[in-house]
Write a protein that binds this ligand. Structure first.
Ligand code: PLP
Ligand code: ZN
Length: 442
């Protein structure tokens, strides 16, 4: 009620602003502050620091209200004024506005009261949060005149880039480590991009792609287009605020690969506070990594402010980046907000995938297993209070990483198409239920 007057005056002002008034006009170095024209570049020429998009928040604040957002498209593009795209010709394939699910049964199992799951396992079109960053990156790539787009991927990015490039009619080259899960590879080649399976780990793929980007001048979504790409992750912050009824949570738990997603959820919250869309309050940021690739968690534990690169060895391949580009910024966010970055074993990841499936009916991939396992670990260590409104980010779909749970889940009873065959099997299943029943299996 209090902000009603403000809302009305904002609506009046909106009418006087022209759409052509730019909400962003520069890239700026996060380290030395040097500024650049918003072209396809990602490192500072002076200090090699990463570049970030600079917005004009006065323009955005004058244009945007809660109701103007609510009246927008049912996708990430309802937050278009906070995204680095100049024209209205963005690529909208229904990405975003995934469910925020009240996780009552999982909460009860863990001893929490207000637990929510942001379910990007059902994000469109390729069932991971990467569709957000790619929708933004390819929209910008098209504006900048690229006709060939590319990526260095741990799997999900390959799926997204290939699918959305197909939709937009862009030529596409995808680079992946050769040992990815079958579902991630098939889920890329079906869109018929050129796929290069590199014999090496992600960090080697990434290094190769930096050279290819320089030589061929393609738009690599997570290399030379990275400043635009990474902004897409802010929508995971925006949506949670809107879906909580324009409020911030007390805590978020999210997975880290490069660390970009984690820092951009934070940036999304900060931007909504800055333009008056949500009331400020402290939000703790808890990050999740797999022990077999946990350079950021290790730095956090040891109190370091630099990342020591590692060689990945984990089933959580989608988040297996040994030399994370945004690691130091993720550390900063965790420390500043009173959060942490924690790691879990592959066995804990598998158990957590099953736990989420059995309690909430959500089948996530290994990255989501990592996140739920860290949530569990933090609750058990008394780091998360039961009353906290906690949002857990599930970033990918379990059907893409079936290898991870094969052999750890049940099997169907094989029966004949006859009633007595069913009856015998059903009785057997009930005996098994009784035998297997234990309190708090996980
Ligand atoms: C890429 C990815 C992440 C992490 O992304 P960063 O922004 O690099 O930290 C998390 N979950 C899934 C499923 C991913 O594919
Ligand atoms: Zn610089």
């Amino acid at each position: 009620m209090v902000d009603l007057g403000l809302t009305v005056s904002k609506i009046v002002m909106t009418a006087t602003l022209t759409r052509s008034e730019k909400t962003f006009s520069l890239l700026r170095c996060k380290e030395c502050g040097a500024t650049y024209q918003p072209q396809a570049m990602h490192v500072c020429e002076k200090c090699f620091g990463p570049l970030e998009v600079v917005y004009n928040y006065d323009t955005i604040g004058a244009r945007v209200t809660r109701s103007s957002i609510e009246a927008g498209p049912y996708s990430i593009w309802r937050y278009r004024d906070f995204l680095p795209v100049e024209t209205e010709n963005y690529i909208d394939v229904g990405t975003g506005m995934t469910p925020l699910v009240k996780a009552t049964r999982l909460a009860k199992r863990l001893g929490l009261k207000r637990l929510y799951i942001k379910n990007d396992a059902v994000n469109m079109p390729t069932l991971s949060f990467k569709d957000r960053v790619v929708s933004v990156a390819l929209s910008r790539a098209r504006e900048l005149g690229f006709t060939t787009v590319a990526c260095a991927s741990t799997g999900n990015l390959a799926n997204s880039t290939a699918a959305i490039a197909a939709h937009a009619g862009l030529d596409c080259c995808v680079f992946i480590p050769a040992d990815l899960e079958a579902g991630k590879i098939l889920g890329t080649v079906v869109y018929a991009p050129k796929v290069f399976a590199v014999h090496g780990n992600y960090d080697q793929v990434n290094r190769l792609c930096s050279e290819v980007a320089n030589t061929y001048g393609w738009g690599f979504v997570n290399i030379n287009l990275r400043p635009y790409y990474s902004e897409g992750s802010k929508t995971l912050g925006f949506e949670v605020v809107e879906q909580l009824g324009w409020e911030l949570p007390d805590r978020i738990v999210a997975p880290l690969a490069s660390g970009s997603l984690f820092t951009k959820i934070y940036k999304g919250f900060q931007e909504f506070i800055k333009v008056g869309l949500v009331e400020e309050k402290p939000v703790r940021f808890s990050g999740a990594q797999a022990e077999g690739c946990s350079p950021i968690a290790q730095a956090f534990k040891e109190g370091r402010d630099f990342i020591a690169p590692v060689k990945p060895k984990t089933i959580a391949k989608s988040i297996a980046i040994g030399n994370p580009a945004d690691g130091i910024y993720a550390l900063e966010v965790a420390r500043q907000t009173g959060g942490e970055i924690e790691s879990v074993t592959d066995a804990e990841i598998v158990e957590a995938i099953k736990l989420l499936a059995e309690t909430e009916g959500i089948f996530t991939e290994t990255a989501g297993g990592t996140t739920v396992a860290v949530l569990k670990k933090l609750v058990e260590a008394g780091r998360i209070a039961p009353e906290e409104t906690t949002v857990v980010y599930i970033t990918g779909n379990g059907l893409k990483t079936q290898e991870a749970v094969q052999g750890y889940v049940g099997e169907p009873f094989q029966i004949e198409a006859k009633l007595d065959s069913f009856v015998r099997a059903y009785e057997r299943s009930q005996t098994l239920d009784r035998l297997e029943w234990q309190p708090a299996l996980v």
